[in-house]
Design a protein around this ligand. Structure first.
Ligand code: FMN
Length: 331
């Protein structure tokens, strides 16, 4: 059964309407969901839809070297592969979308939810919630450029949720093929608990797939939160616990009992080969120096909660080679 699902996923052109249900997606996260993190998640849970970090349409339009490098992905492993973009110039969305489609992505997602001050003050990310006309024009420009699906990831609203349904309806009228909604407003940033109720209500009013996002930290959370939605998107819950994606896929897609989460059911010793594999991926994608530098944060998350965590963390934040990690973890 799993085999046939995977063959289907790899052979069919990706569509939000027909992809497996429930959809399980890795949230786009700047500084986190680079190629190595996406491939790590796909190794554990091949059914996951993976997103890039948000990438500037201006940078892609002008061919900026660093951003173009961030578009690289492993076509054999990373499917469905969605490139998330941000910006405010419709012309740049048009040209960036063409580049993204040509390099083989399965979908393009437009960021209309980032609350970072630098992003919002440039009229990007969450600021688009307050500029529904421009938001629609960005979707229209992207749709015009490509035949792959175009989705939007946004929040419940700016400072309240009243605009959620009309805002999303406008995006759908402009051509959006799917929506991912983080259950907080711009003002809510990352505080308090995510509120999924407005997302369930939105789903009752729209025809496109709707994915809910916010505060899923276990398979049980996913079961409790999915409600009438087409899928769930998971971000921070995977930090130090990429096994969460497998737990969620097992439970939501294959109907297994939530039971004991994998992360608690396998010992730290059993996790070590996988943590080393993550390091190897990071080195393969970014080279030893940068790859290991970026791994330090992940390594600190992996040892959270184990005996002697603080001692190990103090060592792991200085590692320079995969071998250093092996020595510290196996000591
Ligand atoms: C480090 C970090 C980086 C993020 N970067 C992005 C991003 O590039 N694009 C985006 O749409 N959301 C971004 N987000 C928001 C997440 O995609 C997600 O909406 C949020 O973390 C809530 O989901 P969670 O509770 O499962 O983490 C980021 C979140 C974090 C913690």
């Amino acid at each position: 059964m799993v085999f046939y699902v995977l063959v289907f996923l790899f052979l069919m052109p990706f569509s939000w309407q027909t992809t497996q249900r429930p959809i399980v997606a890795l949230a786009p996260m700047a500084g986190v969901t680079d190629a190595s993190y996406r491939q790590l998640i796909k190794k554990l849970a091949p059914e996951t839809v993976v997103y890039t970090e948000f990438l500037s349409t201006d940078a892609i339009h002008y061919g900026a070297k660093k951003t173009m490098g961030m578009l690289h992905f492993d076509a054999e492993i990373e499917h469905p592969f969605v490139v998330q973009v941000f910006g405010k110039e419709p012309e740049h969305f048009l040209s960036a979308a063409k580049v993204i489609e040509e390099m083989g992505a399965d979908g393009i997602d437009i960021n209309m939810g980032c609350p970072a001050a630098k992003v919002v003050s440039s009229c990007h990310g969450s600021a688009l919630i307050k500029n529904a006309d421009l938001a629609k024009r960005l979707v229209e420009a992207t749709k015009k450029a490509v035949s792959i699906p175009v989705s939007v990831k946004t929040r419940l609203g700016w400072d309240c949720m009243d605009s959620l349904i009309p805002f999303c309806q406008g995006l759908i009228d402009a051509g959006a093929d799917a929506l991912a909604i983080h259950g907080r407003t711009y003002q809510g940033k990352f505080g308090g608990d995510a509120n999924w109720d407005p997302i369930y209500e939105l789903k009752q009013h729209v025809s496109v797939p709707v994915i809910g996002n916010g505060d899923i930290n276990s398979a049980q959370d996913a079961v409790e939160k999915i409600g009438n939605l087409d899928g769930v998107m998971i971000g921070r819950g995977t930090f130090g616990n990429p096994w969460l994606m497998k737990d969620v896929v097992d439970v939501l897609v294959y109907g297994k009992e939530p039971g004991v989460p994998t992360v608690h059911s396998i010992s730290f010793e059993e996790k070590i080969p996988f943590i080393l594999y993550h390091c190897e991926l990071a080195v393969r994608v970014k080279g030893e120096k940068r790859g290991m530098l970026e791994m330090r944060r992940h390594l600190a998350s992996y040892v959270r909660g184990i005996d002697g965590a603080s001692h190990k963390r103090a060592q792991l934040v200085r590692v320079e080679r995969v071998e250093d990690v092996r020595e510290i973890l196996c000591a």
